[in-house]
Write a protein that binds this ligand. Sequence first.
Ligand code: NAD
Ligand code: WQD
Length: 354
Amino acid sequence: MSILITGGAGYIGSHTLVELANANYDFIVYDNLSNSSSESLNRVEKIIGKSITFINGDIRDTAKLKEVFGNHSIDSVIHFAGLKAVGQSVEQPLEYYDNNVVGTLRLLEVMSEFGCKKIVFSSSATVYTDPDKLNIQHSKLNIKEYSPLREDSPVGGTTNPYGTSKYMIERILEDLYISDNSFKIAILRYFNPVGAHKSGTIGEDPNGIPNNLMPFISQVAVGKREYLSVFGSDYDTHDGTGVRDYIHVVDLAYGHVKAIDYLNNHENIKPLVVNLGTGTGYSVIDVVKAFEKASGKKVPYKLVDRRAGDIAKCFADPSYAKELLGWVAKRSLDEMCEDSWRWQSNNPDGYEVK
Ligand code: NAD
Ligand code: WQD
């Protein structure tokens, strides 16, 4: 029996393949390579010492999905495939809803048809309601209590089509379970994944100018960009810059192994909704300093205006993941920076093989 890994050539998917192989799970990768390179799979093959079955396909391609389910014994799916750039989703909402929501519907239809009823879904902390949208006066919540975020914190007040697409998919999965209790579903809400595998051979390889902090810092340190723009220095945080819950991608990847283990070992379970974060928030300046220490390089930065849509603090309460799955994030911010740097300095052009 194999696990179908949609989006398995991407950043989190490729690291999860390594952890699944370490745990002796068999898998098949299904990816349209719209935001990745098959070189990541070549590198994973070297790490795990095994060849990988890869199918180049789109999750919206029902005929191709049926062929895959017809030709292989697939008993579960880890569903990473999706578009993830927040800013781009504002400009191209239809593309995002089509790719993420319609793509997931097509996948779930084919899974149902073939009796494959276990799925782990990549959700995001972005589904939690933006604090600016919370009606504090009419809510029992105090704004100061927004983070740590618990799985039962308010969700759905999203600020962009990307976040809304994740929220919609969570709802679709919950409704699917209501209609068919034999589905076993794990919704994992990731915080801010960073870092790379220890080998320095796989990592995050964004196209163009990185949107996210860690890849941007890495590119400044390696000399590809002049300086980092720090978005906002007047937030209500210890140094005025935004605070986030950065989680090492290998810890995150291992969370998927624990989620699959759980689904395999339990019957008659309601959809699980689990935060994957460390529970510790670090500011932008904390990350810059840790990266300078890890790389031995200076990371010049300029304090600029806040980025639209950003909030002051966002970090997880990760206690449910520990209680339910026996999972905790183990790797420190220093390790996240060391591993990001090893990947970036060994592969300044990412997977582009020259
Ligand atoms: P990624 O872009 O590196 O990986 C996504 C993969 O899905 C890519 O390989 C891409 O080619 C593939 N893909 C996209 N659309 C597809 C389609 N229609 N059919 C088949 N394949 C398709 O992103 P990632 O950082 O590895 O994220 C994986 C998942 O986790 C995504 O669903 C993302 O939304 C979610 N997530 C990511 C973060 C983050 O900060 N990286 C945080 C929370 C949630
Ligand atoms: C982190 C901090 C920025 C870049 C996003 C998505 C979220 C999830 C993870 C998918 C913030 C600051 C950043 C820069 C900066 N993805 N920053 N200069 O915004 O917390 O989350 O990625 O689900 O949905 O919204 O991550 O890495 O962009 O920003 O100062 O050049 O770094 O303001 O405080 P974010 P990020």
